[in-house]
Design a protein around this ligand. Structure first.
Ligand code: SAH
Length: 238
């Protein structure tokens, strides 16, 4: 009986360790070949990507693909972005560690977890209730205490917590929402994909200087569209 017990617990121990090691290795390779090799050299960013367990943010059936060089479905027709895109947007935010950051489009919560290791406080808004709840649960269970999740329409931002040093939008509006510009600090930046659903979207950096917005386009990208209030505003214009 004693032997059986030892055998079983040894098996569990090894199984658990093997799974942990397997993902750690995959994570390391993801950082090396998908992120670092494409020019992202900031040590703090690379270290954050080595730490955050991306596989825990994707649905169980896709876990084996979690470290692949592509986006993945997270339910409700939404996706977690490709690791490199998360890294590139993070780099464009130029965080130093003391910032208050707002994210629009929590999705899986993965980008928020990365940001939480690079900024002081992260406020993130998700429009789909089931995704907001799931992200909140996973972020809480992994101990990301400086991430605050809210379910709502990110078009309106988070006025009670404004102003923000940096804002990242991970769904695509056709035009930068005005309330977000208002909630950005002087000298702050917004990183966002701008463009129509299914059409050409441009990853853009907006910097607020002397109350004005300076725009810098970084390149093409593909994101799910921003939903909610912004669609009604666009309709009215037509
Ligand atoms: N950053 C996420 C990926 C998000 S995908 C991650 O790391 O997993 C884009 C998300 O934006 C989707 O979950 C979508 O539901 C959400 N979204 C779309 N329109 C929104 C809006 N107006 N306000 C907040 N979230 C929105």
């Amino acid at each position: 009986m004693r032997f059986v017990f030892i055998f079983v617990s040894l098996g569990l121990f090894c199984g658990g360790k093997m799974e942990k090691d397997k993902f750690a290795k995959e994570r390391e390779l993801m950082v090396k070949y998908q992120i670092e090799a494409r020019g992202i050299k900031d040590k703090r960013i690379l270290s954050a990507f080595k730490k955050v367990k991306r596989h825990l943010f994707v649905p169980e059936k896709y876990r084996y693909k979690a470290y692949g060089d592509h986006p993945l479905p997270i339910g409700e027709g939404q996706t977690i972005s490709q690791p490199y895109m998360v890294a590139l947007m993070t780099q464009l935010l130029k965080l130093e560690g003391d910032e208050k950051v707002l994210e629009i489009g929590t999705g899986s919560g993965y980008q928020a977890a990365i940001l939480s290791l690079l900024a002081k406080e992260v406020y993130t808004i998700e429009i789909i209730p089931s995704l907001a709840e799931r992200a909140k649960k996973i972020l809480d269970s992994l101990g990301y205490k400086n991430v605050h999740v809210r379910c709502g329409d990110g078009y309106l931002g988070w006025p009670e917590e404004a102003p923000f040093d940096a804002i990242i939008i991970t769904c695509a509006p056709e035009k930068l929402p005005e309330p977000l510009v208002k909630q950005l600090k002087e000298g702050g930046r917004i990183v966002a994909p701008i463009g129509p659903e299914g059409g050409l979207q441009i990853l853009t950096v907006f910097i607020k200087k002397k109350g004005k917005i300076i725009k810098k386009e970084e390149g093409g990208c593909y994101f799910v569209p921003m939903r909610g209030i912004i669609e009604k505003i666009e309709e009215k214009k037509e």
